[in-house]
Write a protein that binds this ligand. Structure first.
Ligand code: ADP
Ligand code: MG
Length: 269
C-alpha cells in the first residue's frame, strides 16, 4: 500500500483488484485511474462486474486483492460512510429513493452526510443547527434549479415519471458535494428523450460543477458520445482501455461486442 508516490492529478486509482464471492470471480484483475475533471466510463455486458467495481470503490465489497487509492491514499478497509465523506457519491442501478417523501426531502437526505450538528441540536432546532439547516435547504434549491425539477419539488417521488425519479437520485448524490460521482447505468430503462436529458445533465455536471465521474453502462451509445476515456470489462476482466475512438477500433472489444452498433450515438445538443 503506497501512500505518497501517486500523481496528484489522479483522483482515484484502482490497482489490479480481484473480488470473489465463493466460486464466482466478479472482478478479475481490474485496474484504472480517473483524473481530476474526467468523465471515465466502464462498459461491459450484464454480469461483467461493473456494479461490483462501484461497490468495491464504496467499500461495500472488499476486494481480496489489489488496492484502491483516493488522492494517493489507500481506502481499503474504510467504512462505506467514511468513503462517502471523502467525496465519493453514487447513484444506484435501481432507484433507491424514499418514495413517500418529496423531491426536496429526498435531496436533503444527501446533505446529512455533511451535517456538522448532531441529532440533538437538530431536533431542538438550536441556533447553529438552524443556520446549517437553512444553508442545506438553499443548497437543495440550487440543485433543484440545476436539474430543472422545480415543478415537482413538493411531490412525493413515487408518483413521478421514471426519468424524473432518476434525476432526483442524481440530485441527492450532488447534495453530498462530491468530488467524484459514480453513476450506475443512469439511463437504463429511459426513453430517448429522457436519455438525452440525462446525457446533458451529466455533461453539465462536469462542465459547470467540475465534478469527476465514473459512468457505468452496458450500452455503448451514450458512452461513446460523452466519455473522455473508456474501460471495457467482460466476465470481470479488463479487455481494453482508451479514448472512445481507440475502443471502437480495439479488436478485443469488437470481438466481445460482436455485432455491436457503434453508430448508435445520441445527440446531446
Ligand atoms: N453480493 C454478491 N454475491 C454473489 N455474487 C455476486 C454478488 N454481487 C455480484 N455478484 C456476481 O458478480 C458478477 C458481477 O456482477 P455485477 O457486478 O452486478 O455485474 P454488472 O453490474 O456488470 O451487471 C455476477 O456474476 C454476479 O452474479
Ligand atoms: Mg450492474
Amino acid at each position: 500500500m503506497s501512500t505518497d508516490s501517486s500523481d496528484v492529478s489522479k483522483l482515484i486509482e484502482v490497482e489490479d483488484i480481484t473480488l470473489r464471492f465463493g466460486g464466482v470471480t466478479a472482478i478479475n484483475g481490474v485496474g484504472f485511474h480517473v483524473n481530476e475533471g474526467e468523465l471515465f466510463a466502464v462498459i461491459g455486458p450484464n454480469g461483467a462486474g461493473k456494479t461490483s467495481i462501484f461497490n468495491s470503490i464504496s467499500q461495500v465489497y472488499r476486494p481480496q486483492e489489489g488496492d484502491i487509492r483516493w488522492k494517493g491514499k489507500s481506502i481499503m478497509g474504510e467504512r462505506p460512510d467514511a468513503v462517502a465523506r471523502l467525496g465519493i457519491a453514487r447513484t444506484f442501478q435501481n432507484i433507491a429513493l424514499f418514495g413517500q417523501m418529496t423531491v426536496i426531502d429526498n435531496i436533503l437526505t444527501g446533505r446529512h452526510i455533511r451535517m456538522k450538528n448532531n441529532w440533538l441540536t437538530g431536533m431542538l432546532w438550536l441556533g447553529p443547527a438552524k443556520k446549517e439547516e437553512m444553508e442545506n435547504r438553499e443548497r437543495v434549491e440550487d440543485i433543484i434549479d440545476f436539474l430543472e425539477i422545480n415543478e415537482w419539488r413538493k411531490h412525493p417521488v413515487a408518483l413521478l415519471p421514471y426519468g424524473i425519479q432518476k434525476r432526483v437520485e442524481l440530485g441527492r448524490a450532488l447534495a453530498m458535494d462530491p468530488e467524484l460521482l459514480l453513476l450506475d447505468e443512469p439511463v437504463a430503462g429511459m426513453n430517448l428523450e429522457e436519455t438525452e436529458d440525462m446525457a446533458r445533465f451529466i455533461l453539465d455536471i462536469r462542465e459547470e460543477l467540475g465534478i469527476s465521474m465514473i459512468l457505468v453502462e452496458h450500452d455503448m451509445g451514450l458512452v461513446m458520445d460523452i466519455a473522455d476515456r473508456i474501460l471495457v470489462v467482460d466476465f470481470g476482466k479488463p479487455i481494453g482501455t482508451g479514448l472512445p475512438h481507440e475502443i471502437q477500433a480495439n479488436p478485443d472489444v469488437i470481438a466481445a461486442y460482436l455485432g455491436a452498433d457503434f453508430s448508435d450515438e445520441i445527440s446531446v445538443d
